[in-house]
Design a protein around this ligand. Structure first.
Ligand SMILES: *Cc1c(COP(=O)(O)O)cnc(C)c1O
Length: 435
């Protein structure tokens, strides 16, 4: 059993997190419930802030808010000194409403609308990451209107694709994100940006994948990007001030996942960058990274009430929980694997295989396929681990299920940070046919 952060098994044999008994949390806040271990979020932030440093290199750690975003997390991130990236007007709105420092907001997106760009320019956020040639003109129109020169990075595709333990250097450059560093066009795009009256090009961005469990691709990407920066210097006479290497640091979900040792990897990344810039004789740019999952995933759990158990005609055992693909679509979407336990029976021996099914009208509505559990009864509490990233942010109202509440737990206190939806919320935007 792998417990994270402040999790432990208390004297009642219950799962405890942030000093709170999960059975008490369920009694107070009902189910399904997202629980976030605030201390673990903070210590993950510090892991990045304290280790992504090297004398002589300026660094910035930017949280990728699409992993998990609400008003409360923005405050925690601000206190820990991180910046935030957003990919839509909605994410930007949330971060601005949280009162987050504007200059520490970075905006991504492969298809930003004029309105989204206007919102970013008007609010004078820190950086806009331009995705493609077309976006340059759109952004120029907007920044001209506001008479503001905007700081941008250009997103490029270094031709590396990494997932879990594999990475490939692709010859096919068919990603929908960024402009390829191998395209003949790339230097003319840089020149266009360089000459723009309303755009201040600071440097480049790349992001090579997600849930990466191997450190090599990060080093490889850094070197390829520095080679590219050197070519830009020679071809465009442009000095790169900033290099953003994206996120993608993988986490433990279930047996077999062996995450990178982050503290050594982050330091090594900077050492490699330091050496490579000396070798190329280029000025070391400011280096940014954008972890999302690695900050929040392990800090989150989802608590469900088990409604019933069903043995199918073929002998397969289902344990049904009172949520499903609506609060965690990752299993249905791409076969994600999770660990889970019966929160009120943590000391019971696992005895049989079960599949954790949700309550949505889809056969694919599965949270965990094949997990060993103790004997379970209706009313037991199922805890699914590592749901702090890409769960709440990907949740839906399919079947008109209510989006769960989110509580932050710390030192025995539970702070409600998102209310559970109500039935009324479900029809809030509906307009009756006859009125
Ligand atoms: C999704 C994303 C991230 C964060 O990825 P994680 O796997 O959650 O670390 C960072 N940068 C960009 C551009 C992204 O799209």
């Amino acid at each position: 059993m792998k417990l994270f952060g402040t999790m432990k098994i208390n004297s009642k044999g219950h799962l405890e997190i942030g000093g709170c008994d999960s059975v008490d949390l369920v009694e107070k806040f009902k189910t399904p419930l997202y629980v976030i271990d605030e201390d673990l979020v903070r210590s993950n932030c510090r892991l990045f802030m304290n280790n992504f440093t090297l004398e002589g290199i300026e660094t910035e750690v930017i949280y990728a808010s699409k992993a998990f975003l609400n008003l409360a997390i923005c405050k925690v991130l601000e206190e820990e000194g991180l910046s935030i990236d957003v990919v839509s007007g909605g994410e930007l709105y949330t971060v601005l409403k949280a009162g987050f420092p504007k200059e520490k907001i970075h905006m991504h997106g492969n298809n930003k609308s004029k309105e989204e760009l206007a919102m970013a320019v008007e609010n004078e956020i820190g950086r806009i990451i331009i995705d493609n040639r077309q976006e340059i003109e759109l952004l120029e129109t907007v920044s001209k209107k506001y008479k503001k020169k905007v700081n941008v990075l250009l997103r490029v595709n270094p031709g590396i694709e990494a997932h879990t333990h594999e990475y490939i250097q692709t010859s096919k450059h068919d990603s929908k994100f960024g402009e390829s560093i191998f395209s003949d066009d790339i230097y003319s795009i840089v020149n266009k940006l360089k000459e723009s009256e309303y755009i201040n090009l600071k440097g480049f961005h790349c992001h090579i994948g997600s849930q990466i469990l191997d450190e090599e691709p990060f080093y490889f990407a850094a070197e390829i990007m520095l080679d590219f920066i050197n070519k830009v210097k020679n071809n465009c006479d442009f000095i790169t001030q900033e290099l953003n290497l994206g996120g993608g640091f993988g986490v433990f979900y279930s047996n077999g996942d062996d995450p990178i040792n982050l503290s050594s990897c982050l330091k090594k990344m900077l050492n490699i960058i330091n050496e490579k810039t000396k070798e190329l004789n280029i000025i070391t740019p400011k280096i940014m990274i954008e972890p999302g999952r690695a900050i929040t995933a392990n800090a989150g759990i989802t608590l469900y009430e088990i409604g019933g158990v069903k043995k199918t005609y073929s002998g397969k055992k289902y344990v049904f929980v009172d949520g499903g693909m609506t609060d965690n679509p990752r299993t249905a979407l791409y076969g994600a694997k999770y660990s889970g336990y019966i929160a009120n029976k943590m000391n019971h021996e696992p005895v049989e295989d079960a599949t954790i099914g949700g309550k949505c009208c889809e056969s694919g509505d599965i949270i965990i396929k094949n997990i060993k559990l103790p004997l379970v009864d209706a009313g037991d509490i199922m805890a699914v681990f590592t749901t702090g990233a890409y769960n709440y942010s990907m949740s839906s109202n399919y079947n008109k299920l209510l989006r769960p509440a989110v509580v932050f737990v710390k030192d025995g206190n539970a702070k409600l940070t998102v209310k559970r939806q109500t039935y009324e919320d479900l029809i809030n935007n509906d307009i009756p046919y006859y009125q």
